[in-house]
Design a protein around this ligand. Structure first.
Ligand code: TXA
Ligand code: MG
Length: 325
């Protein structure tokens, strides 16, 4: 279960659990699988550990992080739940939904996690993450396991290639199930605002909430980490193409191809059958693979906006945006 790497150990199963617990208890950061993307996890109550998360990612700003919990009881010690948020937690936790809630006074979360906000983002992951948090008995702060500005890692290999030289452990849980980050919502006065589309579609949330999600973020930047050029491959991206230019790699969707597809420098299909769940789970690994093909531009066929298509189009737009650096 151990493979060679730059510095990081790559472990699975019980070995991974024991090593992760020891490192986290010592204030170190470890990369762990969740059902959405891999997370770069540290003890959310330990300021040194949280500072190491920012340092390891090379994050230019102290953007607030999501605190991950293993139980409703743990969540209640950290945040105050209004009835609507509680209903969503009951319906979707554990799972790819993050709730932004008022931060409870006197919680043991280190202030660096919230970057000085009086709210906190909370999520209960499925699988290894929850087991780890329960065993540690403390919440974990965990942004996606990627250097700032890079694509979120969805396999242990991708995480190791990006961060392996800077961390001691990557827990290998295979390819993540959902493939993109959690949906972030915030309840305010009985209304629900979508701060980031993600692994649970707006329609699924609206069905449980019984209310429409507000989308336009007229109240200012509410998810400060959502810089436009966040998900950036090295190649340029050209979206919604119906005709391929010479030399471009093609990221396809569905059974029908853009004109000129036969001449693509490289080709991968997000989903042959047009299944948005499958497309979401393939999105980051396919972008990375086409990036590695060396093509200067990745052309992307149109992806519909319904269901998980909203989150897929959001990540594609970020990857295509002008780069900060
Ligand atoms: O699926 C996920 O959510 C993954 C896995 C690892 O759990 N995590 C993740 O974390 O995507 P990160 O740090 O890459 O994104 C967290 C987002 C950022 O855009 C941040 O600005 C926003 O959550 N956020 C955190 N706290 C917030 C708050 N109090 N109010 C509004 N937005 C907040
Ligand atoms: Mg991220």
């Amino acid at each position: 279960t151990k493979r060679s790497s730059q510095v990081a150990e790559i472990l699975m199963g019980n070995q991974a659990m024991e090593r992760a617990l020891a490192l986290l208890a010592a204030g170190e950061v470890v990369a762990i699988p969740t059902e959405t993307v891999y997370g770069l996890a540290g003890d959310a109550t330990n300021g040194q550990a949280v500072a190491r998360i920012f340092e390891t990612k090379g994050r230019p700003h102290f953007n607030p992080l999501i605190a991950h919990v293993a139980s409703m009881a743990m969540a209640e010690t950290i945040a105050e739940f209004d009835p609507l948020s509680r209903r969503l937690a009951e319906a979707f936790w554990p799972g790819p939904l993050t709730l932004v809630l008022p931060h409870r006074a006197g919680s043991n979360i280190h202030p660096l996690v919230t970057a000085g906000l009086d709210t906190i983002a909370l999520r209960m992951p499925r699988g290894f993450g929850s087991d780890l948090i329960a065993a540690l008995g403390r919440p974990l702060a965990a942004p996606s396991a990627n250097s700032s500005g890079k694509i979120s890692g969805t396999t242990a290999e991708a995480v190791d290639a990006d961060l392996g030289g800077r961390i001691k452990l990557v827990v290998d849980g295979g390819a993540t199930q959902v493939g993109l980050e959690s949906t972030i919502v915030k309840a305010e006065d009985g209304e629900l605002r979508l701060l980031r589309p993600g692994g649970i579609s707006a329609e699924e949330i609206e069905a449980v909430a019984g209310t429409k999600l507000l989308r336009n973020n007229d109240a200012g930047i509410e998810a400060p980490g959502m810089m436009l050029s966040h998900y950036a491959p090295g190649a340029a991206m050209r979206l919604n193409v119906s005709t391929l230019e010479p030399g471009e790699a093609l990221l396809g969707f569905g059974p029908t191809r853009a004109a000129g597809a036969a001449n693509a420098a490289a080709f991968l299909n997000l989903s042959e059958t047009g299944d948005l769940r499958e497309a979401a789970s393939n999105l980051f690994s396919h972008m990375q693979a086409l990036d590695r093909s060396g093509a200067r531009t990745i052309a992307v066929e149109p992806v519909p906006y319904d269901g998980l298509g909203e989150a897929i189009n959001d990540r594609l737009a970020r990857a295509a945006a002008p780069r900060d650096s």
